[in-house]
Design a protein around this ligand. Sequence first.
Ligand SMILES: Nc1ncnc2c1ncn2[C@@H]1O[C@H](COP(=O)(O)OP(=O)(O)O)[C@@H](O)[C@H]1O
Ligand SMILES: [Mg+2]
Length: 318
Amino acid sequence: MYSEVLRVRDLRVYYHTPRGPVKAVNGVSFAVGTRERFGLVGESGSGKSTIALALLRLIKPPGKIEGGEILLDDLNLLALPDEEMRKVRLAVIALVAQGAMNSLNPVLRVKDQIYDALQDHGVQLSSQEFDERVRDLLERVGLRREVATMYPHELSGGMKQRVCIAIAISLRPKLIIADEPTSALDVVVQRQVMETLEKVQQDLGASIILIGHDMGLMAQTVERLGVMYAGDLVEVASVSDIFREPLHPYTRLLIASLPSFDQKGVFRGIPGLPPSLLNRAPGCPFYPRCPQAMERCAIEEPPLREVQPKRWVACHLY
Ligand SMILES: Nc1ncnc2c1ncn2[C@@H]1O[C@H](COP(=O)(O)OP(=O)(O)O)[C@@H](O)[C@H]1O
Ligand SMILES: [Mg+2]
């Protein structure tokens, strides 16, 4: 039976800058199934990391969650007291933040970084139990036990990212969010880290939201994709539907710009630039670049609607 672990409804996040509000996430709705691997793909600046941070309520000023609803199982996250939310983080929903591997504490051994995370959440273990837990976590992410006593500078990029994944799964969360977990790594290591993420997700029976800009790499890992454009989710569908028949003109251009299905493909070849998120124009955000734009698109922003079974698109063509 299909059940949902996460439901996001009309989420809005703005950054209040001296020049006005930057509407980084502009009314985004989606759901993630239990044990599902869901991908969020989009160009840099489209609001992906802002969504990730908002889901953990880690948006900092001048950013603010302006509205919407985030339901994680039966928890209404935006209504939780701060202290409750702190407990939910890591224990129920964990984030491997963008660039996390470069923010490991340089003066702490790997096991002490894991210790700090557990300690923060009030986990009480004897030192023997703790050593066992560290060994188990390292093994789950494909690291030798000797890594426990190493410092971040002694690790390769791929190993550091694995440590971050180990910390993220240390309390067996139901939902793991990994924000561009492989973008700093070379192609071979990228695949290996993706496989590790998939393996830990399956071992834990968790769901995952994988964030990235490399549609080809994402397609090999996730089951469903949400395509972001300028703070909006413009299309949500299974990977196979999206590749077989992309519906949104932006998604079509993205797919057409990929070299081939299983080659590494990054965004390129779409003429024009995404709009400013400051002083957003009315209408569809993709309108100025859209090859199929109609008069209506300049005036009226299309809502994300289910236009075919299990296919959501924000476009006036449908
Ligand atoms: N602290 C901030 N202050 C002002 N604007 C921000 C801040 N953080 C992000 N933004 C803006 O919000 C938008 C979305 O950013 P982000 O969520 O990081 O996108 P992505 O992860 O897709 O690259 C961008 O236009 C970015 O410039
Ligand atoms: Mg980002």
